[in-house]
Every structure is written in structure tokens, then in C-alpha cells.
Write a protein that binds this ligand. Structure first.
Ligand code: NAD
Ligand code: UDP
Length: 345
């Protein structure tokens, strides 16, 4: 069972490759390395004992994509490749629409032409209208509020249209909530380039002394301690969800949508306290203005994935923070610390 993983050297894709290999799938990764490192391939081999095939390619290169599908006998695609920074998408919307929408269009075309009609797509909780009342279930009306979220919503619509035109397609749209954590080995994890936008990588960089303090965006929200609440999910739980969604595609046709979250929310202060407990360090922070576009609470209703895929998150917040911390401590400069780690190919 050969599967193509676009964006497979990225944060969520790399964890999913490990899960796929452990479940007996043969993996071909296609990634342009715009936000990841080739070192990930060595780390996957170190963890699983198997080296995935790697193609240094771009979804925007239609010819390259056709070649990939002609050379490899691919049964299904797990499609992670995309740009993901909400703030950046506001400043460079065309870059986001081109990469995320045109890229998926090219991929779907190459799949259609070679008869590969199974896809698991990385969608996001950002497709929900933030005016809705959490927890969000899959029927909650959509209304992405920024260009990044709209690329996800557009791709979801494209997938529905594709299936309506050709009912041989089986597609799973997975809406992730807030993926955090790292592989328990400490060998792979999230490696943001430049100043982190998200809470967890920001906190860990404060913990290792790379950043002086955390800015907490707002302490006057209508939550138990005034700080924003999110549904954090361990990236390994997320990876397991992908394998179950993929296996499910072999049993059915159509488009299925699933929230992947825990259904349990934690505030920024609770995250800070958990990291302080685990690391034994005090995390300096300051309360600042609310971040534009943020909502007070974002929470999944994960029941559909439990009922239909038999999936539910297993790892708790302590495990998420412990694994994140292990990765950060072992790799203070992310994958560019690689030379200090002995990895054989
Ligand atoms: P990531 O940036 O770590 O991984 C994405 C990978 O795609 C990178 O390795 C990058 O080099 C590659 N890529 C980007 N554009 C490409 C292109 N045109 N051709 C080939 N490769 C390309 O991001 P991630 O956190 O692993 O996210 C994976 C997917 O999940 C993305 O689609 C993202 O939008 C979605 N998602 C992420 C989160 C999150 O919080 N991390 C939440 C919801 C949804
Ligand atoms: N947050 C914060 N300081 C930061 C980054 C994030 O206080 O440096 C808060 C943010 O306002 C939100 C929560 O942490 O309440 C999670 O933010 P993140 O960007 O990680 O995820 P998202 O907002 O995309 O759900």
C-alpha cells in the first residue's frame, strides 16, 4: 500500500508518516522544503527503521506532479502541503490562494488523470465562523475569517464538487483544532522559522531563554481566568486519526468531514502553569492587548470521529507539554541542531 504524503517533512505530516510506516504503509513524501528540513527523513528512519521515499518537488509544478503519479503506483494521498500562517495570509493573500488552492487543484488533477481517487486533506478549525457558539460540530456553519482559513474552506468546497462530478472519489476532510506536542522520542517536533506565531513554540523558546517573556494576548475574555481557551491536541493523536481516516476511505465513497480535537479546552494561563510545572522554570509573561481576530474560546465537538472512525484523543495536556519540552530541549535550534545528533541514513 503505497501512499503519497504531500508536506510530509512538515510538523504534522512527519508525525503521520511515522504512524503510517508503523501501520505497514509504504510512504512517498513530496515536499518543497519551504518550511521544513530534509533532516526529518533521517529522523523518521531513526524512529521507524524505514526510510520514506522523498521527492523534492512543488505542488505548483504540474509536470513534476504528473511524473510522480506515473512513476509510483500511488493508492491514496495524504495532503498536508500548504502555507499556514494566518497573519502572513492577510498580508500576502495571493501567495496563499496560489499555493494552497492552485496547489490542491494541480494535485487533484494529477490524481484524477491517473485514477488515484482517495484523499485525506488537512483542513482546519479556522473554517468555522467565529461568531458561532463553541463547541463546534461538523454542521456548524462555516465562515472563515481570514485568507488562510478561506483557502481551506475553498478546498473543502472543491472536494465536494469533485465528488459530485465523479462519485468514485473518497475524501476525508480533517479539521484540526490546535496541534501541539512532539514525538515521544524527542527526535521530531515543530520547528517554526523565525519568531513563532503560536503559543506553544513561543513558550518553549521563552523556556530555553531564546525569548525574554511571553506576551499574553488579553486577560479580559469571558473565560474562567480571562485568557483565551483552545482545544489543544497531541500531534501523535492527530497522526493516528489520519491513519484511521485513510483506512476508512477503502470502505466508502464520498466526502466525510471530521473534527480532530479533544473537546476539552485550556486557557493560556493553564498552559503557562503546566509548562512551569514540567520544566521547573518560571515563565515570565506580560498581559497585552487582545490579538486582532482572536476569539475567546475555540473548542471541538469530536463525537463524529469517535462514532465513525473509532478515534479519540488519548494524550492529556501534561503529556503534550512534556513531549514538546523534550523536543525543544534536545533540539534548541530545531533541525539545524542536526549535526550534533548522530543520524545514519
Ligand atoms: P508545516 O509548515 O510544518 O508543513 C507543511 C509542509 O508543506 C512544509 O514541509 C512545507 O515545506 C510544505 N509545502 C508548502 N507548500 C508546498 C508546495 N507548494 N509544494 C510542496 N510542499 C509544500 O505545517 P503543519 O503544521 O505540518 O501543517 C500541515 C497542514 O495542516 C497544513 O496544510 C496546515 O494548513 C494544516 N493545519 C495546521 C495546523 C497547525 O496548527 N499546525 C492547524 C490546522 C491545519
Ligand atoms: N497567544 C498568546 N501569546 C502568544 C501566542 C498566542 O497569548 O504569543 C494566545 C492566543 O491569543 C490564543 C492562544 O494563545 O488565545 C492560542 O493561540 P495560537 O496562535 O497558538 O492558536 P490559534 O489562535 O490559532 O488557535
Amino acid at each position: 500500500m503505497l501512499v503519497l504524503v504531500t508536506g510530509g517533512t512538515g510538523y504534522i505530516g512527519s508525525h503521520t508518516c511515522i504512524e503510517l510506516i508503523n501501520e505497514g504503509f509504504e510512504v512517498v513524501i513530496l515536499d518543497n522544503l519551504s518550511n521544513s528540513s530534509f533532516e526529518v527523513i533521517h529522523r523518521i528512519k531513526e524512529i521507524t527503521g524505514k526510510k520514506p521515499h522523498f521527492i523534492h518537488g512543488d505542488l505548483l509544478d504540474e509536470k513534476e506532479l504528473q511524473k510522480v503519479f506515473n512513476v509510483y503506483d500511488i493508492e491514496a494521498v495524504l495532503h498536508f502541503a500548504g502555507l499556514k500562517a494566518v497573519g502572513e495570509s492577510v498580508h500576502f493573500p495571493l501567495r496563499y490562494y496560489h499555493n494552497n488552492v492552485t496547489g490542491t487543484l494541480n494535485l487533484s488533477k494529477a490524481m484524477q488523470e491517473t485514477g488515484t481517487k482517495k484523499m485525506v486533506f488537512s483542513s482546519s478549525a479556522t473554517v468555522y465562523s467565529l461568531h458561532g457558539t463553541p463547541p463546534f460540530n461538523e454542521e456548524t456553519p462555516l465562515g472563515a475569517m481570514n485568507p488562510y482559513g478561506r483557502t481551506k474552506q475553498m478546498v473543502e468546497e472543491m472536494m465536494h464538487d469533485l465528488y459530485h462530478a465523479d462519485p468514485e472519489w473518497s475524501i476525508s476532510l480533517l479539521r484540526y483544532f490546535n496541534p501541539i506536542g512532539a514525538h515521544p522520542s524527542g527526535l521530531i517536533g515543530e520547528d517554526p522559522q523565525g519568531l513563532p506565531n503560536n503559543l506553544i513554540p513561543y513558550i518553549t523558546q521563552v523556556c530555553v531563554g531564546k525569548l525574554p517573556y511571553l506576551n499574553i494576548y488579553g486577560n479580559d475574555y469571558d473565560t474562567h481566568d480571562g485568557t483565551g481557551v483552545r482545544d489543544y491536541i497531541h500531534v501523535c493523536d492527530l497522526a493516528r486519526g489520519h491513519v484511521l481516516a485513510l483506512k476508512d476511505l477503502y470502505n466508502k465513497r464520498g466526502v466525510s468531514t471530521y473534527n480532530l480535537g479533544t473537546g476539552r479546552g485550556y486557557s493560556v494561563m493553564e498552559i503557562v502553569e503546566t509548562f512551569e510545572r514540567i520544566t521547573g522554570n518560571r515563565i515570565p509573561y506580560r498581559f497585552t492587548e487582545r490579538r486582532p481576530g482572536d476569539i475567546h474560546v475555540c473548542l471541538a465537538d469530536p463525537n463524529k470521529a469517535a462514532l465513525e472512525l473509532g478515534w479519540q484523543a488519548e494524550k492529556d495536556l501534561t503529556e503534550m507539554c512534556k513531549d514538546t519540552w523534550k523536543w525543544q530541549k534536545n533540539n534548541p535550534d530545531g533541525y539545524s541542531t542536526a549535526k550534533k545528533v548522530v543520524v545514519t541514513s
